[in-house]
Ligand binder design. Sequence first.
Ligand SMILES: [Zn+2]
Ligand SMILES: [Zn+2]
Length: 132
Amino acid sequence: MIKGSCCCGAVKFELLAEPAMMGTCHCSRCRKAGASTIVFVKKQDLKWIEGKEQVALFRPTAPYKYGRCFCKVCGSSLGEILSEEDSFPIAANALDGDLTLRNQFHEFVSEKPSWYDICDKAKQFDGHPEPS
Ligand SMILES: [Zn+2]
Ligand SMILES: [Zn+2]
């Protein structure tokens, strides 16, 4: 069980299982939202402790289709934590507990600013990861 929370503690949740995948997105939206490294969780593994009503959703405009959730009080990025999909990404930053999982890919490397150097051996994709 892995605990997660926002910066101010208004939002608290637990993951009943370790996430299945971790990736880092270098697109300008993730960078500005402060949620570049994401983990994919299954809906059934996400248990709310408190503060679900403190989560706001930033709705995307086309061509973007994924909303971004954040704490209304402190602004912490929470990924797509309000998603109704079976599996969805949340910001790895929000997790309090450690993971054995490591970053598995970098996406939108074509949008990466030059001041950030990728220092791991994970696969890199110019856009969304292609199945290999
Ligand atoms: Zn907060
Ligand atoms: Zn992104």
